[in-house]
Design a protein around this ligand. Sequence first.
Ligand SMILES: Cc1ncc(COP(=O)(O)O)c(C=O)c1O
Length: 462
Amino acid sequence: MQNPVSLDHLVRQLGVPASRMPAYVWLADRLNLLVAEGRLTPGATLPAERAMATALGLSRTTVVRGLALAEAQGIVAARRGAGRTVRSPRRRSSAFEPLEPGLGGPEGDQLDLRSSQMPPVDGIGEAMRHATESTLARLTPGGYHTAGIPELREAICAHYASRGLPTTPDQVLVTTGAVNGVHLAVRALAGPGRRVVVENPCYPNTVRTIAFAGSRSSPVDTEDDDAGHAMAHALTNSDAPCALLIPEFQNPTGRLMGEQARSRVLRAARRRGVALVVDETLVATNWRELEMPSPLTARGVTTVLVGSMSKSHWAGLRIGWVRAPRRVVDLISHQRLGADLGAPLHAQVLAADLLARPLPHQRWKRVADNHDLLLRELRTRLRTWRIDPVDGGLNLWCRLPAPKSEQLVRAAGSRGLLLATGHVFSPGGHGWGARLRLPFTAHSDDLVRAAGILAEVAGEHL
Ligand SMILES: Cc1ncc(COP(=O)(O)O)c(C=O)c1O
C-alpha cells in the first residue's frame, strides 16, 4: 500500500461529525477541506472503510456513502484492490503568482494587500545622503566586497551580541536580502536532488529558492505545531540534509516559536545531523515587545541564521546576511561566486549606518495599532471566520468557513482589492484553500476599506 494515512491522524483531522447535516455529507465535506488545505497528500491511501466507521462511531454504510460522494466530487479515487487514494487537486498557477508587487504592480486606485510592505524607516533620506558622501570617498578600482564591508559585518555582529549570541565578522556574509541568503545556504547545504524540510504553510519566495537550487521541498504541516512536535518528527524521519524554518513571527501564521519547541527541534536536528536554515527576517517585528528567545542555534547543530533589513528598515535596500560557523560561511561564499559577487557598496555603507542607530519606536507602534484595528474590523464583519490575534509579524492568517479562498480573491480583485490566495503559502501549491493571509502594514483607512470589501464578497461566496 502506498503512503497510507494513519487512522488516528485522519480521525483527529476529521473531528466530530456535525449534527446539522447528514453524516455522509459531513464526511465528504471534511475530506474536501483536508485536501484543499493540503493536509491529505495526493496519492495517500485512506484507511479501510470498516476501521474508519468504528473510529468515527458511524455505520459502515454511512462511511461508504461519504466516500462515494467524495469520489464523485473528484477528491478521492477508488482503485480495485488498493482501497481509496487521495486525488491530486488541479495544480494552481496561483502558487507561482507574484507576491511582491514588483512583478505586476497595482493599477489606479487598487489596494494591494498581497504582501506586507513596511515604509522606509524615518531618517533614511538623510542617511542616504550621508552614505553617498562616504561612498564617494571610497571610489577605488574594483569595488567588490563579496563578503561584505567590514563596518557592516561589525554592525551585524553587534546585532547578534545584543541578542545574546557572540559573533565574529568571519561568521558573517552580507547578502542581497534574506531570499538571496536562503538560496545560497540551500545550495551549499542541500544541493541538487536533495530534500529540504519546510514548514507548511510557509513564505513562498524562500520555498521557491529550493527549486531554483535543484533541491526538493518536503513540506510538514506545522500550522498548529505550537510545541515543535511536527517539525521534530519530520527531522527525525527524513533523510533531508537541511530544513528551512521561520521561528520568529512565522510568515504567514505569525507564530513565535517558544523555548520548548526550539529545544525539541534542535535536539532532533542534532540527533539526525540536519542543518537548519533559519529565516529571521521578521525578528524585528516584535511590536508587542515580548521577551524574545535566543536565536535558534545550539552547539552541535549546523545553523545558518539568515537576517534582513527589509522589515526593520526598508526592503529597497536589498541588504541581508547569513551568520553561520566559519566553514559554512566559506561554503556559502563559494556559492556566491556563481551568483552576484556581493551587495552594492552604496547600500552596504547605508546599511551599516542605519544598523548603528536605534529603530524609532513609532515604526512599531503604528503596526501594533493596525493589527488591533484590522482584527476588530474583520471580527465584527466576518463572524464565521476564525481570526486569531498575533503578537508580532505583519499578517493575520484567517481561517475561512469553507475552502473558497480563490473565489474570494477573484471577487475582491474585481472590486479593487488585491490579495494572495491561501494556496500561495502551500509549498505544493494546492493546499490552504480555506485560508487568507491579510497583512496589516497598509494605512489604517485602507485596512478598513479592505475589511469592507471582504465582508461584501464573503456575503456573496461563503
Ligand atoms: C519570512 C520572510 N523571509 C524573507 C522575506 C524577504 O526578505 P528579503 O527582502 O530580505 O529578501 C520576507 C518578506 O516578506 C519574509 O516574510
